[in-house]
Design a protein around this ligand. Structure first.
Ligand SMILES: Cc1ncc(COP(=O)(O)O)c(C=O)c1O
Length: 397
């Protein structure tokens, strides 16, 4: 394609995609591992990874092979028709999550995974007139109207308040007393991210998840663990709850699960799913054979290549260096993270620094106005980690 053709692509995106997505002025043409390439052949280390989706990296040969095979065999049959790829995935999810979580509803995104969890809470609390859910300040759980009601930031919620449930209360993340104060006879569930992502990359304090678990047991509440962003190796373990030794009642996952294809999953005990009557929840695309084959290949790659371990070690290198940098550099307020989910919190907005990093060959993401967030593919190499550290040092001056 000529330079003119690429300019046309950028122009068409600007004209016909909504202004919800401010556009870059280059075209991404391919990806390999932790790298992306633009139309001029420029190479970028992709610390955005499709907003924390591409944990196995771009164009993994095993993933490509599995996709080619599956697309020739079978793409779509609805959830009521048993197929090998779905059966294998459901079994695998039951095997890699806590023993009590035996059943899964497969959907197409993180927000749908959370919607299913909310509906599950309501189905299990038919006796309560006004079931309430406790979420946390800084939480992000999605943008459809149910999950949006549990998302804290007013920027996302305000225009839509008239349609959002008022049965969500927000406690302070990490403060169990603030949760206890909100519990009343209508409280049905608590939803939490164990490392808050969108809200600025805040890992939970060490003992907090256990305190939440105890409170849920004592008050008979459902504990929903939203691992849409933290799941599948991102934090250095397959799931973030493993860092805290807690078992949630409902686990919501999405993003990295299917290596880049859309999938969400809501995993819970059979007794809980039995609270739904047939037809009370459903999906057209969720759990189709193509995306299930993608998820099977992705989970196999994650496990075989020990990518959670690589996330732990590369993440530690980055976090250690960024903390050193923060001591020397007064522009930085703090560094937080777990594994390869890292936030560098600056005192001022980071937009220009992120643009500058791209010009030096590294894509960074933001979390709010002042945090540079890193969610690189978990296949990132030592050399690539070194380059990310170098560029972070340069752009933080
Ligand atoms: C913790 C968490 N939950 C839910 C969502 C919503 O996921 P999706 O954008 O796939 O709907 C996100 C997205 O960033 C997330 O980080």
């Amino acid at each position: 394609m000529s330079e003119k053709d690429y300019s046309k692509i950028i122009e068409l995106e600007k004209i016909h995609h909504t202004k919800l997505f401010p556009k870059r002025d280059y075209v991404i043409v391919k990806g390999k591992g932790a790298l992306l390439y633009d139309e001029k052949g420029n190479e970028y280390i992709d610390c955005v990874a499709g907003h924390g989706v591409m944990n196995i990296g771009h164009s993994h040969p095993k993933y490509i092979e599995a996709m080619k095979k599956q697309i020739q065999k079978l793409v779509m049959v609805p959830p009521g028709y048993p197929v090998e790829e779905r059966a294998r995935l459901l079994e695998k999810l039951a095997q890699i999550t806590p023993k009590s979580l035996t059943q899964t509803f497969l959907s197409n995104s993180g927000t749908e995974a959370v919607e299913a969890a909310i509906k599950l809470v309501l189905a299990a609390n038919r006796d309560k007139k006004n079931p309430e859910i406790i979420a946390f300040k800084r939480d992000f759980h999605g943008r459809t109207l149910g999950s949006l009601a549990t998302t804290f930031n007013m920027k996302y919620r305000k225009p839509f308040m008239s349609w959002l449930s008022s049965n969500v209360k927000y406690a302070s993340f990490g403060n169990i007393d603030s949760v206890k104060e909100l519990v009343n006879e209508n409280t049905a569930a608590i939803i939490t991210e164990l490392v808050q992502g969108e809200g600025g990359v805040h890992p939970s304090p060490e003992d907090f998840p256990k305190a939440l678990r105890e409170l849920c047991d004592e008050k008979d509440l459902i504990l929903i663990d939203d691992e849409v962003q933290t799941g599948f190796g991102r934090t250095g373990k397959m799931f973030a709850y493993e860092h805290y030794n807690v078992t949630p009642d409902v686990l919501c996952v999405a993003k990295a699960i299917a290596g880049g294809l859309p999938m969400g999953a809501t995993i819970a005990p059979e007794e809980l799913y039995n609270k739904f009557n047939v037809g009370e929840h459903n999906t057209t695309f969720g759990g189709n054979p193509l995306v299930c084959a993608a998820a099977n290949a992705t989970i196999n790659i994650l496990m075989k290549e020990k990518l959670a371990e690589n996330a732990a070690s590369q993440g530690e290198k980055m976090i250690t260096d960024f903390k050193r940098l923060a001591e020397e550099n007064e522009n930085i307020r703090g560094v937080r993270g777990k594994g390869l989910m890292i936030g560098v919190d600056f005192k001022k907005p980071v937009k220009e620094r992120i643009i500058n990093a791209a010009s030096k060959g590294v894509f960074f993401l933001n979390a709010g106005l002042t945090v540079i967030r890193l969610l690189p593919p978990l296949v990132i190499s030592n050399d690539q980690t070194e380059k990310v550290i170098k560029v972070m040092r340069e752009i933080s001056q």
